[in-house]
Ligand binder design. Structure first.
Ligand SMILES: [Zn+2]
Length: 104
């Protein structure tokens, strides 16, 4: 697994090198979630940081893809709830969704 430094918080980031990042730098899952849930622009996000589960979030690809899905959903629905979200991958509980500002 390619280990990198998160360009936002400096913690460990997992993923392949993305051309739009400095060599050795990536994005950790927490910072990816924070960015994408704030801006809801997944196209712009992908240009900056690459593909979910490949260039970032390789330590938990299912969660990385879920974050993108949730963001897409949140763009359509200003206040997404548990009900209109895709099926949660195993090991992802409501605590994580609360972190993203999503409540029941
Ligand atoms: Zn980070």
């Amino acid at each position: 697994m390619a280990t990198k430094t998160c360009c936002v918080c400096g913690r460990t980031a997992h993923g392949q090198q993305w051309w739009n990042r400095d060599k050795g730098y990536g994005l950790c899952l927490d910072c990816a979630a924070a960015w994408i849930m704030k801006h809801h622009d997944t196209a712009e996000f992908e240009r900056s940081y690459g593909k979910a589960g490949v260039h970032w979030g390789k330590d938990n690809p299912a969660l990385a893809r879920l974050i993108v899905q949730i963001s897409e959903e949140a763009r359509k629905t200003p206040k997404p709830t548990f009900k209109n979200l895709p099926q949660l991958p195993q090991g992802i509980g409501p605590e994580f969704l609360h972190l993203l500002g999503i409540t029941e």
